[in-house]
Design a protein around this ligand. Sequence first.
Ligand code: ZN
Length: 322
Amino acid sequence: MTKPYPLLFQPEFKERVWGGRALEQFGLELPEGHIGEGWMIADHPNGTTTIVNGELAGRGLDQIREQLGREWFGAKGFSEVNGRFPLLIKLLDCNDNLSVQVHPTDDYEGLPKGELGKTEMWYVLDAKPDAKIIYGLKEGVTRDVLKEAMENGTVMEQLQEVPVKAGDTFYIPAGTVHALCAGVVVAEIQQNSDTTYRIYDYNRPGLDGKPRELHIEDSLNVTAYEGSGATKMSTEGAVPGEWLQLAQSPYFIVEKGVVNGAWELSTSEDSFTIIVVCDGKGILRWDGGSIDYTSGQCFLLPANLGTYTLDGESTVLRSYLP
Ligand code: ZN
């Protein structure tokens, strides 16, 4: 029986028309090209990450789920029915604007079989001066108004723009129209889904030179015109040794923690814990081992790990299932 330990993965990098090279700042070795996404912890048909440390090195997260999921993911994190790991953890480098998009809820009938809806949250790791994002519709925009704007190419006039800086966080429930824009690097915690409905793509060519497909009907169907429950906050108030809650959804709870010295913590029995290191470095210790950690790394702590210690000077996100 393998003793539980924190798992570190080889990321799956994705080239995107809007990507860049900014993820190199985390010491990650990127393949060539415009790298937009690093899938850091993934168990999805479009990308599965492989463990790089400890006894289970070389195995995929999907294999770990099959072999150890019940004990290691906890009762909330493991399901016989939809076996997939419930969350997908990414780092995004938005060197250019992402398409204006919206994601469906779990019960949308247009979803491909086996696919989930997509509620997500962002924590801004880095932002250029004057960086902004698109976050929600302007007040009073109805399905008809959005439809007409899509047909006339005036969608941007119906959307809210919000300035962003490092440390800001955004909760984006399914149904929220949104777009990350040029000059931001974010950590994304989301439902394990890869379903995006594209509303507008700035009339630009995709990686293959042709415009990327838009999804007019699906977008209109899944948009939450009455509001989706989206929230945003600045997280400057986080103090060492206390968790500041950033998002609480039916799918995940995400908290920010400032590590200043040794902080003793514990996993909960019914859910795994994911630690995303936003900045700084330190040592992660547990019963039976330790590993150095540094910004940009994402660890999956098994539910049955028990007590562990973060020791260093760093900012981290902690995610687990509600
Ligand atoms: Zn999205």
